[in-house]
Design a protein around this ligand. Structure first.
Ligand SMILES: [Fe+2]
Ligand SMILES: [Fe+2]
Length: 514
């Protein structure tokens, strides 16, 4: 299927050549995963195994790995996340197969008909972990890989493998959503019920299993409890190891008790209110384009934490005189831009997940701090030039993911909605803001498509209407084009910042620059 993303559009110029070293590394990692899987699948056999058995097992493991990679390519995510996800799935699948084989070896063959239901536990835990850290779809694909390999190679009886697949498929879904501690209890209860029913059904269908229905029910239920315990222990470890954040962690980060959020509320209450507004806009828009809504909200809460270093330099926290009146435009622009680097430093110090640090770094992209750029031009009596413009741009990088791009747009729209006047329809105003950011190249490295930009604009309008009602005013759409950006003017031809002295801020400049 053709890729109509803005990122791909710009890539047509020939950027993004494949790096041979990276390809070899990826192939090497996949082969290592497949070879390890083949060894684990043969543990229960008598060693040394024959060459034909070893080669047959290795081929099956490699084919499963190819299936997994092919499926991952169809999943919507950026290449960094995809490669991380692939490693995560390989590691969890290998551990699940190893756990099954260890349990297998520890059991007497006669026990397999009763206690054998415990063999499901590592595989169900695998399904829960990948379901919570990646997605239910990926969880079922990886579960199929482990279960099929264990069944085909005779490591576990095929009927037990089939039962484990059914139980794991339930687990992949019940684990989502996982927002509160009570969700874990709910997931475990459903899982105990499902595994008990599956185990009893297997005994009823296969008299050769030679177990009473209540025994099957008991061991099936115990396997579900063990699987939930493994999941509970494993989820935090895998999150840290692979830099992937679960909804659980994101919700914890959104708590007002988090040190950086507390600092924001106390030192920069205006910025906190703005961040909550950005979170509302970003979360709703993300939900409508299939991005991660909770990640967007969390990134929004933290995106301006760098402002706590110098809160009074930002309009939303100012009372009285504007500090920027005493400063040169270039110094003001440097101070405004520093909130991005300060925020990144603070987030790293607090050991926030990398994805949140990336959101802070990318939320302005390389956009122009328009107000001070124009003030500098006025003071110097010069016309716009790329060299001068470069000095008044944020450090970047540009948004690299859908979530970062949505955060970037929500930030612009939320800030602009606070200074706007009512000369345009809301739809036109929001669409113009988004279009200006796109035209400035800020969305080139995200995965957003043109169609999704329309959906995001609609969502922003709905949220703004619901939250602001009569308070929103929209300016007349007259604009003066600068190099790579535009500045909104009021009917008198003055920039909007001049209408209110306190608009000498990052956010008023955001409203003008895009
Ligand atoms: Fe910002
Ligand atoms: Fe902001």
């Amino acid at each position: 299927m053709a890729d109509f993303s803005i990122k791909n559009w710009t890539r047509l110029s020939g950027e993004g050549k494949a790096n041979l070293g990276t390809i070899f590394l990826k192939v090497g990692l996949r082969l290592t995963g497949a070879a390890t899987m083949a060894v684990l699948l043969l543990i229960h056999r008598e060693w040394p195994v024959t060459v034909s058995v070893a080669i047959g097992t290795l081929i099956l493991a490699i084919l499963s790995g190819i299936m997994l990679s092919a499926h991952l390519r169809s999943v919507e995510t950026n290449s960094i996340n995809r490669s991380r996800l692939e490693k995560l799935i390989w590691v969890i699948s290998l551990l699940a197969v190893a756990g099954t084989q260890v349990a297998n070896l520890a059991m007497n063959p006669d026990d397999l008909t009763r206690v054998g239901f415990l063999l499901m536990a590592p595989l169900v835990a695998q399904a829960m972990l990948i379901g919570a850290l990646a997605s239910s779809g990926l969880s079922i694909v990886s579960l199929s890989m482990s279960v099929l390999l264990l069944g085909i190679t005779g490591a576990v009886p095929v009927d037990l493998a089939a039962g484990a697949w059914l139980a794991g498929s339930v687990a992949a879904h019940v684990v989502n959503p996982l927002k509160q501690r009570s969700d874990l209890i709910r997931a475990m209860s459903v899982q105990v019920l499902a595994q008990s029913i599956i185990s009893v059904s297997m005994v009823l269908l296969m008299p050769a299993m030679n177990a009473a229905w209540y025994e099957a029910m008991l061991w099936g239920g115990i396997a579900a409890i063990i699987a939930t315990a493994i999941f509970w222990l494993g989820v935090a470890i895998f999150e840290k190891l692979f830099g992937i954040v679960s909804d659980w962690t994101l919700l914890e980060l959104c708590s007002p008790e988090q040190p950086l959020i507390r600092e924001l509320v106390l030192r920069a209450p205006g910025t906190y209110a703005h961040s909550v507004g950005v979170g509302n806009l970003a979360e709703s828009a993300a939900r409508e384009v299939g991005a991660n809504p909770l990640l967007c909200r969390t990134m929004a809460y933290y995106h301006d934490i760098g402002k706590t270093a110098r809160p009074n330099y930002f309009i939303e926290n100012q009372i009285g005189d504007n500090i920027h009146d005493e400063l040169s435009p270039s110094l003001s622009a440097q101070i405004i831009a520093a909130h991005v680097t300060d925020g990144v430093e603070m987030a790293k110090k607090q050991r926030l997940p990398q994805v949140i640090v990336d959101g802070i770094a990318q939320h302005h992209g390389t956009s122009l701090i328009t107000y001070f750029f124009h003030r500098a031009m006025q003071e110097r009596g010069t016309t716009p030039s790329p060299e001068l413009e470069e000095k008044f741009r944020y450090p970047g990088p540009k948004p690299q993911s859908k979530e970062s791009a949505i955060l970037h747009l929500a930030d612009i729209v939320e800030a602009a909605s606070r200074v706007a006047s009512r000369d345009q329809t809301l739809e036109l105003y929001v669409t113009n803001l988004i279009e200006k950011s796109r035209a400035d190249g800020q969305l080139d490295e995200s995965d957003l498509t043109f169609r999704e930009l329309g959906v995001i604009a609609d969502s922003f309008c709905r949220t703004l209407r619901a939250v602001r009602h009569e308070r929103v005013q929209y300016p007349k759409d007259s604009a003066v084009t600068t190099v790579g950006a535009t500045v909104q003017l009021d009917q008198g031809g003055r920039s909007l910042e001049n209408k209110t002295p306190s608009d000498h801020t990052e956010h008023s400049s955001e409203a003008q620059s895009l």
